[in-house]
Design a protein around this ligand. Structure first.
Ligand code: FES
Length: 168
């Protein structure tokens, strides 16, 4: 199965910059240039506001979508009122960086065409598990991500399932 990535599928830095430019353009009134501005704005970059060892603190995502911290390999995904911190690395071989497909709102592995939902659940492909999730907890209007505590769906299913923050 082959999926094209027509606009930006950013997780690597160069693609991030293009996405950021598109998102900024939409924010400056250039949304008419984008076929689907709502989807184009659902992806962006982020960086921790604070770092304490392996614990990174980010502002809670204000809207549904995906925010990617390429420097730390962390994806913040807000799906409705739930926020997950996902690893950018494909769980199949643990060497390939996943991409975001803005047109279908899925994560994609370019190595073997695996697809994942925004919450990390596997849709299709060779991996035998979902995307890995980091331990998270809410701290006021922030989310703390412990990058030393990464859970695999198959070996730590309960912890993986609880690795989320609900926004009221
Ligand atoms: S490395 Fe990602 S599906 Fe094989």
């Amino acid at each position: 199965m082959t999926r094209s990535c027509k606009t930006t599928c950013p997780i690597d830095r160069a693609r991030f910059l293009r996405t950021t430019a598109l998102t900024a353009l939409a924010g400056l009134g250039g949304s008419a240039l984008l076929a689907e501005p709502a989807l184009a704005q659902s992806v962006g970059t982020t960086a921790p506001a604070q770092s304490r060892g392996k614990v990174l603190t980010y502002a809670l995502p204000a809207k549904e979508g995906v925010l990617i911290d390429a420097g730390n390999g962390v994806i913040l995904a807000r799906v409705k009122n739930t926020v997950y911190a996902l690893s950018v690395i494909c769980p199949h071989r643990a060497t390939t960086t996943l991409e975001w497909l803005p047109d279908t709102r899925e994560f994609h592995c370019p190595k073997h065409d695996a697809l994942f939902q925004p919450d990390g659940e596997l849709i299709d492909g060779r991996p035998d598990r979902a995307m890995d999730r980091y331990a998270v907890h809410r701290a006021g209007q922030s989310i703390a991500v412990d990058t030393a505590a990464v859970f695999q769906q198959d070996t730590a299913h309960d912890a993986w399932s609880r690795a989320l923050v609900t926004i009221g």
